[in-house]
Write a protein of this length. Sequence first.
Length: 427
Amino acid sequence: MTPHRILTGITTSGTPHLGNYVGSVRPSVRMSLRPSAQSFYFLADYHALIKVGDPARVQRSTLEIAATWLACGLDPERVTFYRQSDIPEIPELTWLLTCVTGKGLLNRAHAYKASVDKNNAAGEDPDAGVTAGLFMYPVLMAADILMFNAHEVPVGRDQIQHIEMARDIASSFNHLYGEHFTLPVAVIEEHVATLPGLDGRKMSKSYDNTIPLFAPREQLRKLITGIITDSRAPGEPKSVEGSALFQLYQAFATSEETAAMENAYADGIAWGDAKQMLFERLDREIAPLREVYDSLIQNPTQIEKTLSAGAEKARAVASPFCTRLRHAAGLRSLELASTTHASKTAKSLAPAFKQYRDKDGLFYFKLLNREGAVLLQSKGFTSPRESAQAVAALQQQGEDALTGLWDQLSYQGDREAIATALGREGS
Ligand code: TRP
């Protein structure tokens, strides 16, 4: 059985703020600590190019987001932590997926549609200022997810449609080329609040109302002082409903602390005092992380090292899988094709397993159908016994054994043809 895989990415287009921390970084670090999970966390820097045309900013943001994740407790020994652009198999898979993705599907993507609507409203050409990158965004994201056969993808609500599209794209590919991809599901943290920003609207780069997660202590205090409140005087009871200050406090406080703040509001706490309480509560959680963050930022070489080690781990999965997918789509050795053709003359052959030792000294097996076409191709095993065990599993359990052999195969052809061949093999 493949273990339960969790995967998520953050676009490296800005400086992490409190909203990113509460909505994404903190819950995904917690999730990565679940013992049964195998997690993949990455810096989506290819995605950043869709929004940001400033190379220095992409680089800086990549450093800041990597340092943020590490400072917040992501353990690169436990999880696979990498930078998207270090994995050349991702753009490769993007193309394979592009060719099974309906253009109509992409026309319906919220982000693209929003741009078109805006252009239409302004009387512009519908696609004015829209790059093909923006249009293709969901396909690149599907490649991120499907590359590692992730089961669960923790994301914000605004990303749900992208996960649904990844499922659609995976189904199209599976339908055409065999069951290669797991269909992912979005995981939305229901109890995680969307944080308000300084002006009370959702905290977001685009509203310019953010509080940087690792602002120095004094700057944090100043920003908090600037949070918009109503004009009630000290002593006047205040409402927690719609209070940005209260919502921020709640995202960091225990339920007892929150209840106490609620009472303080009812008792007419002065806004200045409430802000001071929020500042101290925030800083209590953040200060120790900030210290780690500051030292990581000073040491980009260390982060580069961590990311290259992560890329190596990720590519150990991505590279053989990509080979298998290329093969499935027909990007494969001409020798295999000629085998198929030559043996067409020997039509009466029964489906068969062939076990052999290759020039590399490793042991392989393949399953051929009656026409001699390859249905399954194993990876190289160091001993003939391992190869024989896999063959035995297939002979005994039929296609049910395929799930367990997932990472021992470099190519898997049409599922139905495999089932037929396994049904007949040896009879
Ligand atoms: N699009 C996501 C965002 O902006 C980032 C992202 C890119 C992502 N690829 C992903 C998230 C794959 C989850 C899985 O938030």
